[in-house]
Design a protein around this ligand. Structure first.
Ligand SMILES: [Zn+2]
Length: 211
């Protein structure tokens, strides 16, 4: 599932309750393509019965966290501590605004989610070892072959991007490079040319029979 409108992705949130304080560790990715200086979040906490537990006296608690330059395509964990009256059983947290280092602010847009599939390559699968290693040579975080699809382009990092995205916000690879060097066909071709090169450079008389 990919949300084309997300500028920040919350991967997970760890919460620890201690002395009526809730300590959060919010694991986020920067998908904006820009350097982020701060993020505004909102959260709601629920008890066992699904009732809202106020956080800092608010039903929906809004707070901002400064991120020391949070670079594009990077992942960080942000810590936040707040007052809460009871032990929550569920916490819903979303981002509301992204504050960029250049001073601009972007509000969260309604999600535009899309479900998609890809075949993940396994590093130690014997059948496509060669392809996988070649792919990794060009794309450090590659987990699958790139594909041009009707609704966009699948990056080697596994993210489906829109046709108008020139750069993958997940790994910052450019579409052009991904679609020329990262497809199954391109990798196959590269493997073949590397094998041919090996044969060509093999010194003559390398194999000889002992008489
Ligand atoms: Zn990517």
């Amino acid at each position: 599932m990919v949300d084309y409108h997300a500028r920040v992705r919350i991967n997970r949130t760890d919460a620890k309750y201690q002395n009526e304080k809730l300590n959060l560790a919010i694991d986020v990715n920067n998908l904006s393509g820009q350097q982020i200086a701060g993020i505004r979040f909102s959260m709601r906490a629920f008890d066992v019965f699904g009732e809202i537990i106020p956080v800092e006296g608010e039903e929906s608690h809004v707070f901002s966290i400064r991120c020391a330059p949070f670079e594009p395509a990077m992942r960080i964990v942000l810590n936040y501590s707040c007052d809460i009256g009871n032990i929550p059983i569920q916490i819903d947290i979303t981002y509301e605004e992204v504050h960029y280092s250049d001073g601009t602010v972007e509000k969260k847009e309604r999600p535009h989610k899309k479900l998609y599939y890809y075949q993940e390559l396994e590093p130690d699968h014997w059948r496509d070892q060669e392809g996988f290693q070649l792919l990794r040579k060009n794309f450090h975080h590659a987990i699958c072959y790139a594909e041009k699809r009707n609704d966009g382009w699948l990056c080697t990092c596994g993210r489906l991007n829109r046709n108008r995205d020139d750069v993958c916000p997940e790994c910052l690879e450019g579409r052009k490079k991904v679609l020329t060097a990262g497809t199954r066909e391109a990798v196959k071709k590269q493997a073949k040319s590397e094998r041919d090169e090996l044969v060509r450079n093999k010194p003559h008389g390398f194999f000889f029979r002992r008489g």
